[in-house]
Write a protein that binds this ligand. Structure first.
Ligand code: DQA
Length: 137
């Protein structure tokens, strides 16, 4: 089984970025543990701060992989292009947000991805990625 984790802007700073909101663990460390725990799964990880690169990666894996776990971060709330890419591909997409976006500013409460996602996981911290992974098993 092939699963892609795609993270959007500023998520390369996890661990040091607003740790009160996003936690104190880097994504690389979290991913290391996830890969150990789910060794039978081919887990591809991609992070970019650039909208077009995220769209290209969704297109690249979206006709081949079994699942995409997507945290488009701030682009979730702004990007028609990423929303269209999710709609365009065959691979099911689970949208993840580390923080509970519904308990934050109102602009975080809209998503261009959710209407075309298989499901949405919000507010479970980094654990949301594992829950999303389990949803594909
Ligand atoms: C986020 C929530 C977004 O609103 C924010 O812009 C992020 C991270 C989350 O994982 O909680 O960068 O997607």
């Amino acid at each position: 089984m092939k699963i892609a984790i795609i993270n959007g802007p500023n998520l390369n700073l996890l661990g040091s970025r607003e740790p009160n909101v996003y936690g104190a663990i880097s994504f690389e460390k979290y991913l290391q543990d996830l890969r150990k725990k789910y060794a039978e799964i081919e887990l591809m990880y991609f992070q970019s701060n650039i909208e077009g690169e995220l769209i290209s990666k969704i297109q690249e894996v979206g006709f081949d992989y079994d699942g995409i776990i997507l945290n488009a971060a701030a682009y979730t709330h702004t990007s028609v292009g990423i929303g269209d890419a999710v709609k365009a591909v065959n691979t099911p997409v689970v949208e993840v947000h580390i923080s509970n976006v519904y308990a934050r500013e109102s602009f975080r409460q809209s998503s261009y991805i959710a209407p075309n996602a298989k499901g949405v996981l919000v507010g479970f911290g980094l654990r949301g990625y594992e829950l999303a992974l389990q949803s594909f098993l």
